[in-house]
Design a protein around this ligand. Structure first.
Ligand code: NAP
Length: 241
């Protein structure tokens, strides 16, 4: 069975992806950083259903911690078939209010992490002449979000990395794709009030906010596909067309 390393699996979209992959028989390493309790709870609940999942704490904005995370995964399973770069943060602020620290935090967590994780996983994938990298970006990387410049830049950067790397790694049979979700109902959007959510819903052809499972389905499809690389796939209900 394939081995999957997913970053930021303790909550929201990452949690849904990790749980469902584990339920479907994949070897899963669920990375978390601050939400240790949630990560252990996921592991406990799956264990009660007879399903195994490994958890590993690492701040993926830190190269040394990423090295340890990849080493942990290789020690457990000997191999990494699928890397899902999902960990991310978001912050609403006016462009002129962004401090150097805000900027570096955002780019460090959302973009440098993807750079570090792919670089650390690559020797194993190249050795296997096989691999699947899925980067979770965002519609805001495609169209830009007002008051979320740093976030939008980080996600557009991910999509740039996806396209370039797909070209570089295709000959090694490693596929690299982005999933650019629309608005998904997770803690990340707790600060959006209900009136705005209703407005977004009404502007969405499929007339609803996304759910983490919508992203999981896309992940599962990409893992099993064999001829898609360098693509930015955007499950967004038609909000961005
Ligand atoms: P979320 O509920 O806030 O969860 C974020 C996850 O990222 C948590 O598991 C968190 O782990 C992890 N994380 C944050 N910083 C980390 C770090 N330095 N190292 C390791 N893990 C870290 O967010 P979400 O909505 O599920 O978002 C998941 C991904 O989808 C993000 O990349 C986000 O940008 C993207 N996305 C979300 C939406 C949306 O509408 N929700 C739309 C488009 C794209 P800890 O709590 O353990 O630190």
């Amino acid at each position: 069975m394939k081995t999957v390393l997913i970053t930021g699996g303790s909550r929201g979209i990452g949690k849904c992806i990790a749980e469902n992959l584990a339920k479907n028989g994949y070897n899963v390493v669920l990375n978390y950083n601050k939400s240790e309790k949630q990560a252990k709870q996921i592991q406990k609940e799956l264990m009660e259903q007879g399903i195994k999942i490994e958890t590993c704490k690492a701040d993926v904005s830190n190269r040394e911690e990423v090295k340890k995370l990849v080493k942990f995964t290789l020690n457990k399973f000997g191999n990494i078939d699928v890397l899902i770069n999902n960990a991310g943060i978001a912050k609403l602020q006016m462009f002129n209010d962004i401090t150097d620290e805000d900027w570096n935090d955002m780019l460090g967590t959302n973009l440098n992490s993807v750079f570090y994780c792919i670089q650390e996983v690559l020797p194993n994938m190249i050795h296997n002449k096989s691999g699947c990298v899925i980067n979770i970006s965002s519609i805001w990387g495609l169209v830009g979000a007002s008051c979320e410049v740093a976030y939008s830049v980080s996600k557009a950067g991910i999509d740039g990395m996806t396209k370039s790397l797909a070209k570089e790694l295709g000959p090694s049979n490693i596929r690299v794709n982005s999933i650019a979700p629309g608005i998904i109902d997770t803690e990340m959007n707790n600060n959006i009030d209900n009136a705005i959510k209703e407005e977004i819903k009404s502007e969405t052809p499929l007339n609803r906010i996304g759910r983490p499972i919508d992203i999981y389905r896309c992940v599962e499809w990409l893992i099993n596909d064999e001829f898609t690389t360098g693509q930015i796939i955007s499950p967004n209900g038609g909000y961005v067309i």
